[in-house]
Structures are given as structure tokens and as C-alpha cells.
Design a protein. Structure first.
Length: 65
């Protein structure tokens, strides 16, 4: 039994532009998903009900001991 590596069946058929277009679309979709995941992680790390500072309370530190 002989195996020939020069058979055309082993080479990918990239002659059609559809393959490149599909890869680009899949890559774009994957980047969108990863971006959405990153944003949700950032938003989950933010405190939901942390009070915003008002006035200058707590901003003045006495340096005299």
C-alpha cells in the first residue's frame, strides 16, 4: 500500500473567497463576545450603591500631631 502526499485532497480548498469572508465574520463575532464579557466583568466589579462623596468631608487631613 502506497500513500502519496501530492494528492489534491490533502490541500485545503481556499480558492473561493467565501472561506476568508467566513473566517473574518467569525473573528469579528468572537471579538464582540470577548468585549461584552470584559465589559460585564468591569461592571460587576463596580460597587452598585456606593455613595458619591459630597462636599469636602473627609478630604481635609490634619497634619498637626
Amino acid at each position: 500500500m502506497a500513500i502519496s502526499l501530492s494528492t489534491p485532497n490533502l490541500e485545503p480548498n481556499m480558492s473561493h473567497g467565501n472561506v476568508g469572508l467566513k473566517v473574518a465574520q467569525m473573528s469579528k463575532d468572537q471579538q464582540k463576545i470577548e468585549g461584552d464579557i470584559a465589559l460585564s466583568l468591569i461592571q460587576s466589579a463596580l460597587p452598585d450603591s456606593a455613595p458619591s462623596p459630597r462636599g469636602n468631608t473627609g478630604h481635609i487631613i490634619s497634619t498637626k500631631a
